[in-house]
Write a protein that binds this ligand. Structure first.
Ligand code: ZN
Length: 120
């Protein structure tokens, strides 16, 4: 994963964590807005994805509010961003697709492993 991409996901995770922790929610909201706004102009790839990004962000926030252990998952993801392991599946060590990370930035596993885990 490129450094610029890691930065984008890091900011998103920080915003999610702030919101989950109940820190001044306006702050998290403004961070989310900023993340989909001006700063993205220097990142053509993400600009192209912006159309679906807002929807996925809403999706993420709704998952986040209902899922247990999300805060821990966010913390773990932030650690993986620091040590360079972010975006790699914790189960099969495969690459987690950027589409999946956009939807659930704190997920530790790829879609295939997630489905396998769900099935038990
Ligand atoms: Zn996997």
């Amino acid at each position: 994963m490129k450094k610029a991409d890691r930065k984008v996901f890091k900011e998103r995770l920080l915003a999610l964590r702030a919101r989950l922790r109940g820190d001044v929610s306006a702050m998290a909201d403004s961070a989310l807005r900023k993340e989909t706004g001006g700063e993205m102009s220097s990142m053509p790839i993400h600009m192209a994805e912006l159309g679906s990004d807002n929807f996925e962000q809403e999706f993420t926030l709704s998952i986040m509010e209902t899922e247990e252990g999300t805060l821990e998952a966010i913390e773990a993801s932030l650690e993986r961003i620091e040590d360079g392991g972010y975006g790699k599946c914790a189960e099969c060590e495969g690459v987690i697709s950027k589409m999946r990370l956009n939807a659930i930035p704190y997920t530790p596993v790829c879609i295939r492993c997630a489905e396998a885990l769900e099935r038990g």
